[in-house]
Design a protein around this ligand. Structure first.
Ligand code: LLP
Length: 432
């Protein structure tokens, strides 16, 4: 579900025409729907209602202060991976005591800061990290709450670059070693073994990998509860979203209904997982990012040129891989819609940016309406891992971000000025 719809022939976000936003703020432009963020949070939160749980939004997926504030207002906790993310959460009015601090490379300074903020738990990814957290806690005369990230060695059936729960991946500690790790950690005086965590990957569109991983974890989790009195089990994030809607023009009806059946909804997820999790009698944490914000954002871009060369029709736009890297990095699919609907014949097109890399494309050989210079295109489902992965490569300033709520809108990030891309740089004295 999302709140981007055509009204007449114009694409709107909630009650605001994207053309209005383009006129006011220019392009490339990220636009987020507050109602979609809230709706997705509440859907997952209410599907899990039968058990004691906490949804911890994965800040890495979209860390804009207004997005975080929206979710904090919904009662969300946060999954953070750096002190920077923790500081953002605090700045946005989120509650540090509802934060789980993951990440494989926490520095002493980060651990100390997080401990002083009383984070809910550290998710440790290695034994040396447990030792380090214990050391910092002892220095601060505190007891640090920790969970260990278990690598359950379950294939997530997703893109290789976003699978995290197999022994090929750097994440967590191997399943077979966990009991020993907890036994040793129990001897570290300044640690409190508060929970256990797993995360098998991202953009998982079936329930089976989640079920398999939870089933594999259950006996271990029970043992850890009995031996160490753990209080929670975090089942990670990873819920996939629909990037390729069945409503794409030309899809036959049978395909649309088959596709609808395949969509992973919070209810399907909860129906499969709750019966497994409920008997544990533990608090269940979830760390969804993409599910909450993926379809809540789009990237609007302007067609600069159309170039027909060789066998190709290149639509050259003002957004590029530095603004949205997912197609270049993961061969990710983002639906591309015209801001103003049109009935033009379709033509096989490559939509590309202006960065000097052949990987700088948003789609290749995709049948799209024939676009012309001056039109605007909308890259859908760009709310997760979109702006947060942006860079200033080719000295392209970071885009603006807009939050829409009903008929209201606000620039929740101003467009970066080009001078700001070299702020903090200096010409070495001897070069002057
Ligand atoms: N928890 C942990 C420990 C994670 O590593 C991640 C994502 C999440 C939660 C949130 O996963 P989600 O619910 O959003 O799937 N940049 C990639 C995705 C990288 C995911 C990294 N970890 C992309 O654009 O597809």
């Amino acid at each position: 579900m999302h709140q981007f719809h055509y009204v007449g022939n114009k694409l709107q976000c909630e009650g605001v025409g994207l053309d209005t936003l383009v006129k006011k703020f220019g392009t490339p432009l990220y636009v987020y729907s507050q109602a979609t963020l809230e709706n997705h949070f509440h859907k997952l939160d209410s599907a899990m209602k039968p058990i004691d749980h906490l949804v911890c939004f994965a800040v890495k997926s979209n860390s804009n202060l207004s997005v975080l504030r929206t979710l904090a207002n919904c009662g969300s906790g946060f999954d953070i991976v750096s002190v920077g993310e923790l500081m953002r959460v605090i700045k946005a009015g989120g509650d540090p005591t509802k934060c789980v601090f993951a990440g494989a490379a926490k520095t002493e300074a980060e651990i100390e800061f997080a401990m002083r903020q009383n984070v809910f738990c550290f998710t440790a990814e290695s034994e040396p990290e447990l030792v380090r957290i214990n050391k910092v806690a002892a220095r601060l005369k505190k007891i640090a709450p920790v969970a260990v990230r278990v690598n359950p060695n379950i294939a997530a059936k997703t893109h290789a670059k976003i699978t995290t729960g197999t022994y090929e991946d750097k994440f967590g500690i191997a399943f077979e070693l966990i009991e020993g790790v907890y036994a040793r950690a129990a001897k570290l005086k300044n640690l409190r073994l508060r929970g256990v965590q797993m995360h098998i990957g991202s953009q998982i569109t079936e329930t089976t990998p989640f079920e398999k991983a939870v089933q594999k974890m259950l006996p271990l989790v029970k043992k850890l509860k009995a031996r160490h009195g753990i209080e929670f089990f975090s089942i990670g994030g990873g819920l996939g979203i629909v990037y390729k809607p069945a409503l794409e023009s030309g899809s036959p009806a049978w395909w649309k209904s088959a596709a609808a059946k395949k969509i992973l909804t919070p209810q399907k997820y909860a129906d499969k997982l709750l019966p497994l999790l409920q008997p544990l009698g533990l608090k269940i944490l979830m760390e969804p990012g993409r599910f909450i914000c993926g379809n809540a954002g789009v990237l609007v871009t302007h067609v600069e040129y159309v170039k027909r060369t060789g066998r190709k029709n290149f639509v050259i736009v003002d957004a590029a891989m530095n603004d949205l890297i997912r197609p270049a990095f993961y061969e990710a699919y983002h639906q591309i819609l015209p801001l103003a609907k049109k009935n033009a014949a379709t033509i096989s097109s490559d939509v590309v940016g202006g960065v000097c890399e052949s990987g700088d494309y948003f789609c290749k050989d995709r049948p799209l309406p024939k676009f012309t210079e001056g039109e605007h295109l909308v890259l859908m489902s760009a709310g997760a891992y979109g702006f947060v992965m942006a860079s200033t490569y080719n000295t392209r300033p970071l885009t603006a971000e807009i939050l829409v709520s009903g008929k209201k809108f606000a620039a929740v990030r101003e467009r970066q000025k080009v001078e700001a891309t070299w702020a903090g740089e200096n010409v070495a004295k001897w070069l002057k």
